[in-house]
Structure formats: C-alpha cells, structure tokens
Design a protein around this ligand. Structure first.
Ligand code: DC
Length: 228
C-alpha cells in the first residue's frame, strides 16, 4: 500500500482540520495541524511581550524563534492530538480569539514561515501523513499525492465558528467572528510570502452545502483513486 502525502489547504474555518483528522483516522496516518504551529508562535510572542497594542516586534521574535519547541501528543482522555508549546499543553489557549486576531500577521513573517516549513517538511518525509494549512500543496509538499483546496462562504464559516465558540467564549459576537474570518482571508491571500492559493493540481471542495459525511465520502473516494 502506498504511503501518501495528503495536503489540505483552504480558507480559515472551513473545517479543514475536522476532515483531515477523519482521513488520518481512516487511513491510520499521522495528522499535522500546521495552523496550530502558527498559533503557537503567536502565543510565544504574547508570552514574551513581543506583541503590544497589536504591533509585533518582529526583530525580537525572529531572534528568539530557536526557543520555540512545538509538538503534538495524543490525549487518551480527549481522544485527540493536542498541541504543546515548550512542554505545556496549549491546545485550548491557541484557539482563543486573542490568538486568532494576531495569527495572520505573525504568519506573514518570512522567517516564521521558514522556521515552521522546515519542521513540517521533516514531519512528512516518510509519507503516510495528512497535513492541513494554507501552503501545504504549494510550498511544503508541492509533490503531495493528493491536494485538496477547501472553501465555503464567509457567512457559513462564521456561523459554524460562532456555534463552536459560543460555549467556551460566550462574550464573543457573531459580527466579531465574521470580521475576523474576512480579515484573515484577506491577509492570508494577499501576503507576499507564500500566500494562500490553490495549487494548479488541487481538487476544489466547496463544502458550503455538504454534510460532514458527504464531504468525507467525497474526499475518501479521491484518495482511494490515488492508492491503486
Ligand atoms: O488553520 P488556522 O485557522 O488554525 O490557521 C491560523 C493562521 O495561520 C491562519 O490565519 C493562517 C496561518 N497559516 C498559514 O499561514 N500557513 C499554514 N500552513 C497554516 C496556517
């Protein structure tokens, strides 16, 4: 059986990680959430006061990147991989709106991208991996066996994210989430360094009107075609 590299890129909050995890579980592959890695760098920048009033001290952050150690560990209790930054479980903290609001500006920094991309390439060296992000099919694994580009309308993505955050962050408004998604789309697609774009050989999946099961079936069929 071939050990494939499966790259899933696309807009913010369109369910990339949910489907990537399902694929990894079905194939018994490793799963890497590269967005979590950019979120960890953002949290590290906050922890060290490199972000003040929405301004990033890029120079300081760049010189201290070598102090960042990110890994993913399986939690038997929650039955999922969780993100660790320098040995501390930060899985919940990195999903907050505070981090979401600063992660796209952090992900624009060339040196931050180089630092993380090199680690991502290493994680996928042996194949049998599902990786999701913004530049996986274009930069990290331009030779990936399967490339999916996911999208959905901003309205639908904001509704889904609002539902998700409502319990953990009751103060957050729909308008704030909508604006955050729109802003992240803009920054991610227009930055100079590895902007979000569909790889020429990616298959587009607009899941605005698909159920999670329909979406999974659709992707698994594309993957199975590549396995023979
Ligand atoms: O997938 P996510 O929403 O957790 O990603 C957080 C941010 O990180 C997103 O706004 C863009 C950035 N990102 C990136 O630039 N490249 C990646 N491979 C993954 C995420």
């Amino acid at each position: 059986m071939k050990k494939l590299i499966i790259a899933i890129d696309g807009h913010s909050s369109c369910g990339k990680s949910t489907v990537a995890k399902q694929i990894a579980a079905q194939l018994n592959y490793a799963y890497v959430d590269t967005g979590a890695m950019y979120r960890c760098v953002t949290l590290f920048a906050f922890q060290n006061f490199f972000i003040n009033e929405n301004k990033i001290d890029e120079e300081k952050l760049i010189t201290r990147l070598n102090e960042i150690d990110i890994d993913f560990r399986y939690s038997a209790e929650n039955q999922r991989n969780e993100t660790y930054l320098n040995g501390t479980n930060v899985e919940n903290e990195i999903r907050s709106l505070k981090i979401s609001e600063m992660v796209s500006p952090i992900a624009k920094i060339k040196e931050v991208r180089a630092f993380l991309v090199q680690q991502q390439k290493k994680m996928g060296e042996k194949g049998a991996i599902v990786m999701d992000g913004r530049d996986i099919g274009t930069v990290v694994f331009p030779n990936a066996n399967v490339k999916i580009f996911m999208t959905a309308s901003v309205q639908i993505r904001a509704e889904r994210r609002f539902k998700e955050l409502k319990t953990s962050t009751p103060d957050v408004s729909f308008a704030e989430i909508f604006k955050n998604i729109e802003q992240r789309d803009f920054i991610d697609s227009n930055r100079a360094e590895s902007p979000l774009r569909q790889a020429d050989d990616a298959i587009v999946l607009d899941n605005s009107f698909l159920t999670p099961q329909e979406q999974l079936d659709w992707i698994m069929e594309k993957i199975k075609n590549k396995m023979v």
